[in-house]
Design a protein around this ligand. Structure first.
Ligand SMILES: Cc1cc2nc3c(=O)[nH]c(=O)nc-3n(C[C@H](O)[C@H](O)[C@H](O)COP(=O)(O)OP(=O)(O)OC[C@H]3O[C@@H](n4cnc5c(N)ncnc54)[C@H](O)[C@@H]3O)c2cc1C
Length: 820
């Protein structure tokens, strides 16, 4: 009995110390003290001390441990770990880890999250948003751009160049705007709320492309020449990586350059002959400078010993003889400038390599480093702007549009989709702001940027589907009054570019996340790669035993947090949000545990088990987005009105995290491990639920009712009321309708009839004749009717207007008049 109690006390001690991540020496000391007490009470004798010494000595004495444990384990590790390709190594080395690392490690510090500064605009940046941005949006007519012209008009291009829209990332010393990542995001969000083409066209030169690459890696001469020209819009850049044979597997591009001597501007210089065939390149048809990625070969060893130098990036003026550009692709009826480019044996000097000849072969590293930053800005911002606009417009539309004598937004089925729009609008703003904020803090967050890119573009796709469903035929019939269809058509573009989403979810998020965020895995890998065996053993020993302690701790944390439903774990606030922090503590510990279990049982095979990796990445992503939501709520001053959106977003994400963990257990390759851990992590079953119907109702109401929470959801959307801005017009119509409703009720009551809520101008006349409303009130009813009709009506066209080839109609007309 006494021995049983002792064993229980020992287990409890180990569990408590492990939960708090105590050191090995503290474990050893605590167990020794308990053994001493047990010896004193006569519960144990010498045998127990011998067992203790046999276990504790090799673990605590470094030289013994390294000789008898670490060395053989290092040998085994080297045998089972697969070789990493150089492109994989460079991808993993690129960028930094940030808050996602804390979430990955099983014990997030919530004060740290809330202490990250809230991104803010400088007065100059705010003035740009209020000035040139608004002016630009007033200039554009999206239907003219997307349908009539299939391009941005020349005067708008000129405005973009003159005002520095293409130079947001370029430093002031070169004439650029040098905006923060947060400001770039605000600009893109604002542009996208009216025109996707505008935001894509502005996004690309400010993202991964010549400007970014030159600032980081260019030679002084290249910077001095190109950056002021890019800032002034004298150069239009594009960046060409993708080829027909290499899309997602961009490291496998067949495009190549051969180092050789040749003639350049009348002199013989060392250069390269380039051959490429690229496609899908944004801005290529109108580019003046082509950023080109290719594999550089040096068969004659003119640069050194290596024949295959690897992926290299160069800047090629498109006026160079042999450069082919001009043709356009037609990306899903969102006709921004995008097309192929080819070149065959085009000779350029080696100085065209970005960073000069010394950067030959460094292209892949340059690209993945820049992508770590760019991927968090352009597509997440465009998606967030799109989601916010869709949420606002759809809320207003659902309140204005009536069927069955009710605003459709009052119907429960519509509320479900509206709630998703509201929840996604809140969480996408929160996540994008937090991610771009990390860039402004100096991070190059490769995992965060992949999470943000994937999840914001996916949520944008769902949001636009929900918005289309709620709009019915109004969303489908295209024309100047349709503000959704282009977003719906264009959604797959964001899904596909900068890492197609299936690949991003299945390989990149967790593939990079596991190695980058884990506190010991990278250290183990690096230790195993050391050539000096002594140094390798010492470093591997530190990493491996740290790792074992970490895994034990995560096991006990996960079990305890599962048993108690995290009820006693830490939360920085004791209010309606506390349970979300606590659930995150639980999922964070479970993720850390499952990561180790997956890596331990699958080893290098985890790389190929993409669906296991995807689900682990989903848990990490849901934790990241939920923490962004809670941070936003805090940064905004915890306004009670926003709680429904905050709760909806947290509950949706945490439910998805539970689903991912559940599916992970169900599909775990080692069934026994999946079943046992499933029971340990969910001892009371899967208890989290989707947002309730009641919560859906509250969020749907926010979207349909002008209020502070709704205005906060719309932050940064272009709301100006002007003839070409549907969002401004529909917002005005919503306000006008809400003003008219009580007047309508007054007239209907006086008339003693249930009037239908249309022909409000006739209702105005009736009210005047009954003497129950004033002329001023009658005018409000007439204005509301105009807005109502504008909101529900769709465009129609003469039959010939829609044909791309008008000559067919001219021929038909000619032959019918000839026949007559
Ligand atoms: C409109 C547009 C603009 C673009 N702009 C540019 C540009 O300016 N510059 C540039 O260089 N490129 C550009 N691209 C190219 C873009 O980056 C590629 O389209 C993208 O990398 C995917 O390549 P792919 O289309 O050939 O698809 P594929 O590589 O053929 O992929 C097809 C599918 O397979 C999936 N997949 C591939 N590998 C895996 C894997 N290991 N695991 C799971 N799933 C996988 C992908 O996720 C995708 O769903 C643009 C593309 C488009 C459509």
């Amino acid at each position: 009995m006494d021995v049983l109690i002792l064993l229980l006390v020992l287990l409890l001690t180990v569990a408590v110390l492990a939960y708090h991540r105590a050191s090995l020496s503290l474990f050893t000391a605590a167990i020794a003290i308990e053994l001493a007490v047990a010896t004193f009470t006569g519960t144990v004798g010498l045998a127990s001390w011998i067992i203790f010494a046999l276990l504790a000595a090799p673990l605590n004495v470094a030289s013994v441990r390294q000789s008898y444990l670490t060395k053989p384990l290092l040998k085994l590790y080297r045998k089972i770990m697969p070789e990493m390709s150089s492109t994989e190594k460079e991808a993993i080395d690129a960028g930094t880890t940030w808050w996602e690392g804390d979430l990955f490690r099983g014990s997030p510090d919530w004060h740290k999250l809330h202490n990250f500064p809230k991104p803010r605009l400088s007065p100059e940046e705010q003035a740009f948003l209020d000035g040139p941005c608004e002016e630009l949006l007033r200039m554009v007519d999206d239907w003219h751009i997307t349908h009539e012209r299939a391009d941005i008009p020349p005067h708008v291009y000129q405005f973009l160049k003159d005002k520095g829209f293409f130079a947001m990332i370029i430093k002031k010393e070169y004439g650029g705007l040098e905006f923060s990542a947060y400001t770039q995001s605000c600009v893109l969000q604002k542009l996208t709320s009216k025109s996707m083409i505008l935001s894509s066209t502005v996004g690309v030169p400010n993202s991964l492309g010549p400007g970014e690459l030159l600032q980081h890696y260019g030679t002084k001469e290249q910077q001095d020449y190109y950056l002021p020209r890019l800032a002034k819009g004298l150069e239009i850049p594009c960046f060409a990586l993708t080829s027909p044979e290499a899309g997602s597997d961009a490291g496998a591009i067949p495009d190549f350059g051969v180092v050789c001597k040749g003639q350049w501007e009348g002199k013989e210089v060392l250069g390269m002959r380039l051959t490429w065939n690229k496609r899908y390149i944004t801005l290529a048809p109108i580019a003046t400078v082509l950023g080109l990625a290719f594999k550089l070969q040096d068969p004659d060893k003119l640069l050194g010993d290596k024949e295959d130098l690897g992926i290299t990036c160069a800047l090629i003026p498109t006026s160079t003889p042999g450069v082919k550009i001009g043709n356009r692709h037609f990306p899903l009826n969102v006709p921004f400038q995008n097309g192929p480019t080819q070149g065959n044996d085009v000779f350029v000097p080696l100085d065209f390599i970005i960073g000069g000849p010394k950067m030959a072969g460094q292209g892949w590293r340059m690209l993945v480093e820049c992508l770590s930053v760019g991927r968090a800005i352009t597509l997440p911002s465009n998606s967030t702007g799109g989601i916010k606009a869709a949420a606002l417009l759809t809320g207003a539309y659902a309140r204005i549009r009536r069927q069955f004598k009710l605003p459709i937004g009052k119907m429960e089925g519509i509320e479900e989709a509206l709630a998703r729009l509201g929840g996604y609008a809140y969480m996408s703003e929160a996540s994008t702001t937090m991610s771009v904020g990390s860039i402004d803090l100096g991070e190059k967050p490769s995992v965060v940027s992949a999470i943000t890119k994937f999840h914001m573009t996916e949520r944008m796709r769902q949001a636009i589907i929900d918005a289309m469903d709620i709009h019915g035929g109004k969303g489908i019939c295209m024309g100047p009054n349709n503000y959704l269809a282009r977003g719906y058509q264009g959604a797959p573009v964001a899904i596909t570019v900068e890492g197609a989403n299936i690949l991003t979810r299945n390989m990149i998020i967790y593939g990079q996340g596991a190695i980058r965020c884990h506190p010991f895995v990278l250290a183990e890998l690096q230790a195993a790669g050391l050539e000096d065996e002594r140094a390798a053993v010492t470093a591997f020993d530190r990493a491996l035993f740290g790792h074992i302690g970490f895994a034990i701790s995560n096991f006990f944390r996960s079990v305890w947090l599962g048993l108690t439903n995290a009820a006693f774990s830490q939360s920085p606030y004791n209010d309606a949000t506390a349970r979300y922090y606590k659930q995150m503590n639980r999922f964070s510990a479970a993720l850390a545990l499952m990561s180790d279990v997956a890596m331990g049982t699958l080893g290098g095979d985890l790389k190929r088990r993409e669906r296991i990796s995807a689900r682990l990445g989903d848990i990490l992503s849901m934790l990241y987005i939920t923490s962004a939501v809670l941070k936003r709520f805090n940064d905004d001053g915890r306004p009670a009105q926003d709680l429904p959106c905050v709760q909806w977003a947290c509950e949706d994400n945490l439910y998805k995290a539970q689903q991912a963990l559940d599916e992970l257990m169900d599909n775990f390759p080692n069934r026994a491990v999946g079943v046992v851990l499933g029971k340990l992590l969910f001892p009371w079953g899967r208890r989290l639920r989707k947002p309730s119907d009641q919560l859906d109702h509250q969020v749907a109401r926010i979207l349909q009712t002008p209020c502070e929470a709704r205005s906060r959801l719309a932050t940064g959307v272009y709301l100006t009321v002007e003839p070409n801005n549907q969002i401004g017009l529909i917002e005005k119509a919503l306000t006008d309708i809400l003003v008219a409703e009580p007047l309508f009720d007054k007239v209907a009551q006086a008339a003693g009839k249930r009037l239908p809520f249309y022909r409000l101008n006739e209702v105005a006349d009736l009210g005047l004749s009954l003497g129950v409303i004033s002329e001023e009130e009658a005018e409000k009813l007439r204005i509301a009717e105009q807005g109502r009709l504008h909101t529900i009506n769709v465009d129609d066209f003469e039959p010939t207007y829609l044909a791309a080839d008008k000559s067919l109609f001219a021929e038909a007309a000619k032959s019918s008049s000839a026949a007559a």
